[in-house]
Design a protein around this ligand. Sequence first.
Ligand SMILES: [Zn+2]
Ligand SMILES: [Zn+2]
Length: 189
Amino acid sequence: MKIDTDTLTATPEPASRPCRGCYGSGRTLTALPCPTGGRGPKGGKDGCRTCHGTGRHWDPAVTEVCARCGGESPDRHEDETLYDHVRFSEFRHLVAWRVVDATDSRFTELGLCIGDRGAIMTVGDYGDHRRLTDDELVAAVRDRDDDTQWVFLVRKADMRLCDAVVVVRRRNGYSVRPVWDDEAVVAAA
Ligand SMILES: [Zn+2]
Ligand SMILES: [Zn+2]
């Protein structure tokens, strides 16, 4: 994903992802007919212990050119989409980070209460996060060597990257949520 750092808009990279048919190898396994037509030794349906009646067998040594990409540039056959994964290290420096308590009344007024928007992640920890300061909690989330999907960070309507990522403290854990166009949250971060 290309992020314009002035407008914070995202542009998917064309032809940047491996073929979804062959995972970039250019070849797929060839379907081989079951020698007994899927039937077991006594002729019963679902009897073949290898294919369980599907009638197709697979041999790692027998492959064919991938029908999806035709074997052409299979490692760069698909356009990037919002459902492709992104590591935290690729966006953590582009957004503001903030902790908000879910019981904060202003937070509820802003419509950010649980369930309104997709969370990047949700953690249940029986309240262990309360031993951390806000800065420590932000660091614990922000610095994870983790990934998510672009769809949680980029608004489809205008492809804008979120302005801030908010860690919402709840009694039994916390969730991590993107925020757009919320000047109060962004300014306070
Ligand atoms: Zn079989
Ligand atoms: Zn392919």
